[in-house]
Design a protein around this ligand. Structure first.
Ligand SMILES: C[S@@+](CC[C@H](N)C(=O)[O-])C[C@H]1O[C@@H](n2cnc3c(N)ncnc32)[C@H](O)[C@@H]1O
Length: 198
């Protein structure tokens, strides 16, 4: 089954940025890069059944969405700097509401959270990952459709973002009693789904 992951980068900048300051002037782009790495990479390979969506809401031209398609990606390494370089390249493209290809498997468009979910809701069961949700171990037993998991960044989702997500999400799921970093949650989701669906 296919898996999708979407992270909301509330401060992630929407213009090309310095690779030397991902956590600072790039608006916590480091979080998004680690998220991509954990969503896509396995030992010596890429999960072909995964798509990753990054919603960039930082200055100067929010919103921008980046889509990374596992089965199309060719020139990506799992380190933050390499992934950041590919995101930076995508941000050099003048984009509109349609997806434009930047490099192999990487696309950019000008979509907000609602437009992105409008598009994805046809293909995926939408799942909101939140500390207070239901235990993932019960959820995985009943998966009957490809799932897209939505996570916040270091700030989490705002009330407005959470309201939008809950309009689309059929489930709110927790992966641990502890509040974790977004990329750590992705590892747990893969682990639980690998164990129950492969
Ligand atoms: C670093 S946490 C956000 C912390 C932020 N201060 C807050 O209160 O929302 C990043 C994201 O990971 C997800 N997350 C963190 N811990 C989780 C857990 N135990 N179960 C499910 N999702 C979790 C949530 O989507 C959260 O928005």
């Amino acid at each position: 089954m296919n898996r999708g992951f979407l992270i909301v980068g509330n401060k992630a900048v929407t213009k090309p940025f310095s690779l030397n300051d991902l956590a600072g002037s790039a608006g916590r782009m480091d979080i998004l890069c680690r998220f991509v790495a954990q969503a896509l990479f396995i030992s010596h390979g890429i999960r072909k059944n995964v798509e990753v969506y990054l919603l960039l809401l930082g200055e100067p031209k929010p919103p921008k969405a980046i889509k990374i398609v596992g089965k199309e990606v060719k020139t990506m390494a799992p380190d933050e700097r390499n992934i950041a370089g590919l995101i930076r390249k995508a941000l050099k493209i003048e984009c509109n509401k349609n997806w434009k290809r930047s490099t192999s498997g990487i696309y950019i468009s000008k979509k907000n959270l609602k437009k992105l979910l409008d598009e994805l809701t046809n293909r995926y069961k939408i799942v909101y990952l939140k500390e207070t949700g239901k235990d993932i171990r019960n959820f995985v037993k009943q998966i009957d459709k490809d799932c897209l998991f939505i996570l916040g960044d270091h700030l989490g989702l705002s009330e407005e973002q959470e309201r939008i997500v809950k309009d689309y999400a059929s489930e709110v799921i927790s992966v641990s009693p502890i509040s974790l970093q977004a990329d750590q949650c992705v590892v747990i989701v893969h682990y639980e789904l690998d164990r129950s669906t492969i």
